[in-house]
Ligand binder design. Structure first.
Ligand SMILES: Cc1cc2nc3c(=O)[nH]c(=O)nc-3n(C[C@H](O)[C@H](O)[C@H](O)COP(=O)(O)O)c2cc1C
Length: 192
């Protein structure tokens, strides 16, 4: 898949087929995540790629995070009430995703922004690689609201949850949301 095409065609997928994803494919996708740039090349990220029984317990915990994001969601999408309802349903089962990736970063002596940006770069690589493998995914920070409960279950104490990414074969192909204009300014070029 052409890189420009992959970047433009990737969508946030929130409904998945129950079909499992092989570990072989997941390993290819995760390898691409690990090729991301990182501040001071510390590669201070950590990914837990989960399927199986424990995933259901985590989905139950994550579903509770919808209550925290609902007020902001309803405000942003005041003109589209369907969005909040769709999102509520999505959070309930994470769209039936057969795999969930938990993306963490480890604190360093640098500012946390550096670590967050490093793990974010890895997540974007992951999303693009997943897309190129025919998989769908959704980058989610909503579940951070219940990070303490997630970490307790996963027995993770020394890392910070950056995002949760449900992953699987897509059962929906959402249209591309419009890009906002005037977000880039060029200066000093001869042509206008
Ligand atoms: C940092 C970040 C956090 C996000 N958190 C959520 C989330 O908690 N729940 C969700 O449904 N989508 C989440 N998204 C997905 C965005 O809603 C989505 O990227 C946006 O609507 C644009 O759609 P697209 O990804 O298909 O281009 C998040 C995306 C990013 C980059």
């Amino acid at each position: 898949m052409d890189l420009y095409e992959a970047i433009k065609d990737r969508r946030s997928v929130r409904k998945f087929k129950p079909e499992p994803v092989s570990k072989e494919v997941l390993k290819k996708v995760m390898e691409m995540a690990l090729w991301a740039p990182s501040g001071m090349n510390l590669q201070n990220w950590f990914f837990l790629v989960m399927t199986g029984e424990r995933k259901e317990t985590l989905v139950n915990i994550i579903s509770k995070s919808y209550d925290y994001i609902a007020p902001a969601l309803k405000e942003v999408f005041a003109d589209k009430p369907g969005v909040a309802e769709f999102t509520r349903k999505f959070f309930k089962r994470l769209g039936g995703a057969p795999v969930i990736v938990f993306a963490y970063y480890m604190a360093t002596k640098e500012r946390p922004e550096t670590s967050i940006q490093s793990v974010a770069a890895a997540i974007q690589n992951l999303l693009l690689a997943a897309h190129s493998e025919g998989l769908g995914a959704c980058w989610m920070t909503g579940p951070i609201h219940v990070a303490d409960q997630i970490n307790e279950l996963l027995e993770i104490e020394d890392k910070t949850l950056a995002a949760v990414i449900p992953l699987g074969y897509p059962d929906q192909f959402p249209p591309a949301p419009k890009r906002k204009s005037k977000r880039v300014v060029y200066e000093g070029f001869e042509d206008k």
